[in-house]
Design a protein around this ligand. Structure first.
Ligand code: F6P
Length: 326
């Protein structure tokens, strides 16, 4: 195996709070172990367009508490083509980079897998996404912060929902997964969560709403995961309003505010542990793996497994929400 002297680090796809803590950990653990580090700007785009900067320990000072990513991020179409990846590889080699640490979600790791196989480059991934949808790790960097942001937002909406005796449908992100909606609902005491993993028929939805809103409460909150299947919060609210025109319903789409903010302690700790582990992994000769944390232990998850897109939700949590909403 070729000797690694210089490690490139990039963030790609949707930003997530804690990415900066991860960049800091990767950079410092690498320098501590005698490697050079280069920061690649704007994800894979920076490889294709040669936006690569040398990183010293001070480049990552004072960023552990910042949301977003100092390396910027992008979703790069060129990297999806063989020509784009060849250009990326040539630029990477010209910059003296021997291995990569990529921080991002499903799309980032998919790109990493293809690139690593095509050019025989050692690549290690860190799960950086608010969606928590990567298989083989209990959590992803950014998920805990986004959950807390959702909880704070719902707490505020609850004040006005209860004052006006309204039924609120609040849409949260998650791409095709319901982790944010499910645990956001539990954390904020919502009456129900509508998630893509469990088909909720409109009859079930009516029953859920009846369960709390009509029987014992004067206001209700339903968290709805963004989804083309249900039409998101707008689609669900429209259905409910058609059947129950007397309900005073409102829709709030939380949107990109879920991606911002200072990372929670949990996310900073995950990012720091995983970032350091990515360098250990490269030193052990690991490649094409995502770093995960399972039962508080660092694990290496092959890219092919991590991006399988079937990380299971715990269906019992839906039941818990229902039981606790009486
Ligand atoms: O993957 C993170 C995420 O925030 C998803 O939850 C959401 O579906 C998507 O990115 C939004 O992407 P964009 O920022 O490109 O609109």
């Amino acid at each position: 195996m070729a000797k690694i002297n210089c490690i490139g680090v990039l963030t790609s796809g949707g930003d997530a709070p804690g990415m900066n803590a991860a960049i800091r950990a990767v950079t410092r653990a690498a320098i501590f172990n005698g490697f050079q580090v280069k920061g690649i700007m704007r994800g894979y785009r920076g490889l294709v367009y040669n936006e690569i900067v040398p990183f010293q320990t001070q480049n990552v000072s004072n960023i552990i508490q910042q949301g977003g990513t100092i390396l910027k991020t992008a979703r790069c179409k060129e990297f999806a083509t063989p020509e784009g990846r060849k250009q990326a590889y040539d630029n990477m080699r010209a910059a003296g980079i021997d291995a990569l640490v990529v921080i991002g979600g499903d799309g980032t790791l998919t790109g990493a897998r293809v690139f690593a196989e095509e050019f025989d480059v050692p690549v290690v991934g860190l799960p950086g996404t608010i969606d928590n949808d990567l298989y083989g790790t209990d959590t992803t960097i950014g998920y805990d912060t986004a959950l807390n942001t959702i909880m704070d937002a719902v707490d505020k909406i609850r004040d006005t929902a209860s004052s006006h005796e309204r039924l609120f449908f609040i849409e949260v992100m998650g791409r095709s997964n319901g982790f944010l909606a499910l645990n956001g609902a539990l954390a904020s005491g919502a009456e129900a969560a509508i998630i893509p993993e469990m088909v909720t028929t409109m009859e079930q939805l009516d029953e859920l709403i009846d369960h709390g809103f009509r029987k014992s409460k004067n206001s209700s909150i339903v968290l709805v995961a963004e989804s083309e299947l249900t039409g998101g919060a707008m689609g669900v609210a429209q259905h409910v309003k058609e059947k129950n025109p007397h309900y005073d319903t409102r829709v709030t789409i939380l949107g990109h505010l879920q991606r911002g903010g200072s990372p929670t302690a949990a996310d900073r700790i995950y990012a720091s542990r995983m970032g350091r582990a990515s360098i250990d992994a490269l030193m052990e000769g690991q490649r094409n793996v995502m770093i995960g944390i399972k039962n508080d232990q660092i694990v290496y998850v092959p890219f092919t497994k991590a991006i399988r897109d079937d990380k299971p939700i715990n269906p019992a949590l839906l039941d818990t929400i229902k039981i606790l909403s009486i």
